[in-house]
Unconditional design. Structure first.
Length: 408
């Protein structure tokens, strides 16, 4: 197997290549990358089941079944001792359960033989659709236009290659007797899964663009995105790190986050429909800029997201991540200025100032989180929330104050 320096070089190359691919998409086809592809009318039959949240739930159900089989295999073939696997993977893996369902499965004829593929191999195939659908669920919550842009086959192919490279390097870093099988299955998933995701996206496409509107819509989006992030972290621990014994303690969180994510998706859809029907919402250049920045970053970050996350504590990944954030903010600022083009120059400056103050407030919130929390995936997610929520609220608040007419 590869040594540590070679694996580190592989991570660095994956981060650079993935970030370059994201920027290439933006330069080559930026208008389409932000959603120029028109939404096709959905196939009403099965459209709800094809929604990325539903597909994410389906993948999680398959991972749960695999965990049941894995725990039954450990009980039947290894007397309930997972050390045959855990010694290759390190701390944080393989907290097995031996509940009644596990014991029943372990008692089935030939269980030790036909359940053996549950050791790493099923997970190796399912991890790609799990991560893709998790990201696309957040994108769909923000804007169906962005979701459709990200589910174009070339973009999905690039994301799958990047994700698979990151997964493969992790496999090599945790080399074990199942590594070669896992790499083959990940390669198969890289070929097959983009076509399936594209097919499901075409079936779930709404007849028109739906997106989070106004302060309330953007805050609902943040609630839903936070719920999806928490859901993903729990699933990773319980199903992908083989810690089924943690499910009893984490089950309420898993269910709560799933309900909040679905409710947020419904709320965004209803809010969008009501806003279209009323058609009297006041324009807000600062919110237009923030929404554009969110959409741009969601598009840019898709391909390199997993590579940057896996390599996030190294300077190269941090520089690439900051560069993507800066580019998205720049696009948002330009959009804010253009959306206020009909107003006098002084009002455009006020809109720009309100957005700048909001971004500064968001930066302060993110910096506070990074100072008070240990570096972890949870800290990254909370830091993103601490940046976006104050940016939305403060920029809109400052904009309303600055645009208030002077008393006569």
């Amino acid at each position: 197997m590869l040594d540590r320096s070679t694996i580190a070089a592989g991570y660095a190359l994956t981060v650079l290549a993935s970030t370059g691919a994201a920027l290439g998409i933006a330069l080559w086809d930026f208008s389409r990358a932000r959603g120029g592809e028109s939404a096709r009318p959905p196939c009403r039959r099965g459209a709800l089941a094809a929604h990325p949240l539903a597909q994410l739930g389906l993948v999680c159900l398959l991972l749960f079944v695999n965990q049941l089989l894995f725990n039954a295999y450990v009980l039947r073939a290894h007397g309930g001792d997972p050390s045959f696997l855990a010694r290759y993977l390190g701390a944080g893996w393989c907290a097995v359960d031996d509940g009644p369902v596990i014991r029943l499965l372990a008692s089935l004829p030939g269980a030790a033989r036909w359940m053996s593929p549950s050791v790493l191999r099923v997970q190796a195939f399912l991890e790609l659709p799990f991560t893709l659908f998790a990201y696309l669920s957040v994108a769909r919550l923000l804007s169906s236009r962005v979701y459709l842009a990200l589910t174009r086959l070339p973009v999905l192919a690039l994301a799958s290659l990047s994700f698979t490279a990151a997964f493969g390097l992790t496999e090599l870093r945790l080399a074990n007797p199942w590594t070669m099988d896992d790499l083959a299955l990940r390669a198969l998933a890289c070929v097959v899964v983009p076509f399936y995701v594209r097919w499901s996206a075409r079936r779930s496409a709404p007849p028109r663009d739906e997106h989070a509107r106004g302060v309330l819509g953007l805050l609902v989006f943040m609630v839903g995105a936070s719920a999806i992030a928490a859901f993903v972290l729990v699933v990773y621990d319980v199903f992908l790190l083989y810690n089924l014994a943690h499910l009893r303690q984490l089950f309420p969180i898993l269910m709560l986050t799933a309900v909040v994510a679905v409710a947020s998706a419904r709320a965004v859809s209803v809010g969008d429909a009501l806003a279209r029907e009323a058609d009297d919402s006041p324009s807000s250049p600062s919110l237009a800029g923030l929404r554009t920045a969110l959409e741009t970053f969601t598009c840019l970050f898709f391909v390199p997201s997993l590579a940057i996350r896996y390599w996030s504590f190294h300077a190269l990944a941090q520089v690439c991540g900051v560069a993507l954030v800066a580019l998205a903010l720049l696009v948002g600022l330009v959009t804010s200025a253009r959306s206020d083009a009909a107003h006098p120059h002084q009002q455009r400056l006020r809109s720009f100032a309100s957005l700048a103050v909001g971004l500064a407030a968001g930066g302060a919130g993110a910096a506070l989180v990074q100072r008070t929390m240990h570096q972890s995936e949870a800290a990254i997610a909370i830091g993103a929330i601490a940046f976006i929520v104050p940016a939305i609220a403060v920029s809109r608040g400052v904009e309303l104050v600055l645009r208030r007419p002077a008393p006569a």
